[in-house]
Design a protein around this ligand. Sequence first.
Ligand code: PHE
Length: 318
Amino acid sequence: MARKNGILSQINDTWLKGAPNQNKKDVGFILNRIKQNVEQRVAATLKFVLTPAIEVSSFLDITLPGIHRPLGAEHPIIKTMREVVNVFRALGYSVAEGPEIEPDYYNFEALNFPPNHPARDTQDTLFVSGQEKKQQRDRLLLRTHTSPVQVRAMLAQKPPIRVVAPGKVHRADTADATHSPIFHQVEGLAVDTNITFSDLKGTLDHAMKSLFGSAVKTRFYPSFFPFTEPSADVQITCFKCGGKGCRLCKNSGWIELLGCGMVDPNVFKFVESNGYDARKISGFAFGMGVERITMLKYGIDDIQLFYQGDVRFLEQFA
Ligand code: PHE
């Protein structure tokens, strides 16, 4: 409405100037109506805004409840992921991430799964379609674990290295109470001179106590992964019954939590060019399922609850 640069004056100028002579009168008439209309509305709004609330209250019921906008909160999976990562950050680990779509090379080959080796069958892999023409190592897939970040981290940083990698992984599993085609893991890797299995045990024992309480004990059970040798599954004493045996631990007193092991020298061969010489260095790696840890921690019996977005479930973790 400003006299000089107001939109009304601009419209007035351009429309009136641009109109043919015989139409100037009609255009002027319409522009005048627009101007009056705007002025009336502005005046009414100003009056409303400037009227004290006590007078407004005759038509505005200020006792009506307002619109409740609950604060957002961290999703339980992200929360657990952050807790796990923080345990390792406190030990001096840095955080790395990798892509969720990987070439076969990073997900399998560089982790010592040779092409067509049966160990690949243990990971029900989702492949990107239409890549038959590519070499096997270049074919894209949805990463089945966060372990490819081990390889990427070692290519990006010379030893020594201490890194954790939280992230999303995919497997061709049918959804049920304990399976989901998308889930999350936190990977860990430590490489230096003279890293031994006792470093691995001490580190994970500390991590499990931080996450589940200082009373839990850990045990390392022989296992197999192509990229670690020796490999182990880590079990903790059941934090519910204290090891006596209950439903949660299926009466065994122990709960299996994660996979780990000493980095297989064959893996170092794939990153040798960046200073990883298996004769001079050694390391350990571990990987844990975030959903599983969260379910155990909070007594959740259905993994699907994490993905359904039901606020009644989620707000219990806020
Ligand atoms: N990547 C393995 C899995 O998803 C877990 C693992 C990580 C095992 C690192 C050993 C070392 O099952």
